[in-house]
Design a protein around this ligand. Sequence first.
Ligand SMILES: [Zn+2]
Length: 181
Amino acid sequence: MTARPLARGFSTVAFQAALMVTMTCTVVGVAAADEPQPLRRVRPQSARIADAIAQGVERSATFRRLVESIDATDGLVFVAEGKCQHGTRACLLMSVVIAGSDRILRIFIDPRRAPGCELVEVIGHELQHAVEVLSNAAIRSGIQMYRFFDRVKNNGDVKRFETAAARQTSLSVAREACRRS
Ligand SMILES: [Zn+2]
């Protein structure tokens, strides 16, 4: 009669041990599977832009911080080659698309007007504007984005908004990534 409780006790311990091993393996397995491809929230839409972003991340601490800041938000920032209005060589479109739990922003860059390392500088500048929007959870539409920049701009222009932080980002990225000041 004493054999049963002993056996039951042993098998419970063995079961718990097996469960712990299984859970540990599962956790390790998930971490290992996630490591090679963390979710990148800055999405280049051409090889040329992907190269420029890779250069920025490699050479410039300022650029790297921008990408990390965006990775920590609910934003997805698509960076594509394209033309902007008002004669600018790059722009953040006044548009926020809500897709599930993500806010999608779009940046256009004209690479012909940002040759060489200037492309890295210009992308960094626009990523700063993306951070300005994404750090504000209340901005969920193009109109809200327009009103936000109309409030925080410091250039007095009604068609082209500019912020001091983005101007400073251009200078920092140029110095760090392009060795210019
Ligand atoms: Zn700007």
